[in-house]
Design a protein around this ligand. Structure first.
Ligand code: IMP
Length: 422
């Protein structure tokens, strides 16, 4: 398989977990390169539902090496719980999981600070997952973070953690929050360190050996383009580069070794957390929630929903260099009579055919819609392109054209088999 970067083309939750699982069949290695356990990738296999947060989804297939790369922020206690949970479901995890020694760690003070800052911001809050992701990347950028290397070096870890807890307890005190116990955090993290040590390696060397052998690598993105720290709807974003470039920095594999970029997007739009969502629509949200769809995999929060926004996905194609598109949740629109697609924004007299960077301007934008006739037929049993109603095919073709990329996959349900390769 060609080395493939898979990214979310919207605001996360595009159904990447399932597409990763499908593409993994042809890959030898699957690599996570950014984010942390804020991600929740859902995969359904033979009626069993798996939700992965830090472990790459490739773990669900035999003989795939799964790498948690240097660009990921790792809560080691939560990673141990996730591995244990998967083992209980019968998933083999041993030498098929590798953790970068230079990945940064997430600590309880990061989570506490994340929550305190959100409360402090009041109505301007970001709506984070409260997993400590922002403060952990903040420490990384400030060069005060602790890494996996430190966690597995007991003496060094003790000294560094003692200082970090002291410093962060002062900050927590200023917020009026409870200080953390060094002893407790130390004991928990050391236990996690011992558990994880056999998985730890220099993943840059490992990946380059794989590249030299000609192995196929799938770089699985987490979150989505508009949550990217540089290219998203800042400040309502996550703290990593969720776009294609993040796969290079987060793994140490250079850009010229990447062969293709696959963008995943829903047939409509969703977002969790705060921030602008130009096509947001209460009717669509009510319809999808009533179908039991669109609740967050990590936090269980109902997702905000709206019509497909081609201004956003075209921007995603541009910044990621998307070659091929996977459109998911097509069946979510099965009962809609007239489907709308945003083809422009209007802010007063000004019309945009791109996503404005000024968050206030974007918040004012009103979508300009094109309308498509709904197919009003169940699509979940379709397995081939020709099985789809003609109106569904026209709709999907239009989404790809408007998004400026080639349509490659359509997904009509959560199961592996509900995937149409075009
Ligand atoms: P954080 O990543 O927890 O700091 O949250 C920042 C923003 O990104 C919030 O709006 C979250 O809801 C959103 N976010 C983080 N991870 C995901 C994800 O995996 N899917 C969808 N949204 C996410």
């Amino acid at each position: 398989m060609a080395n493939t970067i898979l990214v979310g083309a919207q605001w996360g939750d595009e159904g990447k977990g399932k597409i990763i699982d499908v593409l993994t069949e042809q890959a030898d290695l699957v690599v996570r390169t950014q984010g942390g356990n804020n991600a929740g990738h859902t995969v359904h296999i033979k009626g069993q539902k798996y939700i992965l947060h830090l472990v790459p989804s490739g773990i669900l297939r035999k003989n795939k090496v799964c790498v948690i790369g240097n660009g990921v922020v790792v809560d080691p206690v939560s990673l141990v719980q996730e591995i244990e949970g998967l083992r209980k479901l019968g998933i083999r995890i041993d030498r098929n999981l590798v953790l970068s020694e230079t990945a940064h760690l997430v600590f309880p003070y990061h989570r506490e600070l994340d929550a305190q800052r959100e409360t402090f911001k009041g109505k301007n809050k970001i709506g984070t997952t409260k997993r400590g992701i922002g403060p952990a990347y903040g420490d990384k950028a400030a060069r005060t973070g602790l890494r996996v290397l430190d966690l597995i070096n007991p003496e060094r870890f003790k000294q560094q953690l003692e200082l970090k807890i002291k410093e962060n307890n002062e900050i927590l005190k200023a917020f009026g929050a409870q200080p953390l116990s060094f002893k407790q955090v130390h004991a928990e993290y050391r236990a996690a360190g011992d558990y994880l040590k056999p998985f730890v390696a220099n993943t840059v060397i490992l990946l380059h050996q794989a590249v030299r052998r000609g192995d196929g690598i799938l770089f699985e993105g987490a979150q989505g383009t508009f949550l990217d720290i540089d290219h998203g709807t800042y400040p309502f974003v996550t703290s990593s580069n969720t776009t294609a470039g993040g796969a290079c920095t987060g793994s140490g594999v250079p850009p010229h070794r990447m062969d293709r970029v696959v963008g995943v997007m829903k047939a409509y739009t969703t977002r969790v957390g705060e921030g602008p969502l130009p096509t947001e629509n209460a009717e669509i949200a009510d319809m999808l929630h009533a179908m039991g769809r669109e609740f967050g995999a990590t936090t269980g929060r109902p997702r905000r929903c709206g019509w497909f926004d081609s201004i956003a996905t075209r921007h995603a194609s541009m910044v990621n260099g998307i070659d091929e598109l996977a459109v998911t949740n097509v069946d979510g629109l099965d009962s809609v009579e007239t489907i709308k697609v945003c083809i422009g924004y209007r802010d007063g007299a000004k019309r945009y055919d791109y996503v404005p960077n000024d968050i206030e301007a974007l918040s004012r934008c009103v979508p300009i819609y094109a309308e498509f006739p709904g197919w009003r037929t169940p699509t979940h049993n379709a397995r081939k392109w020709k099985d789809l109603p003609a109106k569904t095919r026209s709709y999907l073709k239009a989404l790809a054209e408007l998004s400026d990329a080639k349509l490659a996959i359509a997904s009509v349900g959560p199961g592996r088999e509900q995937t149409i390769i075009i």
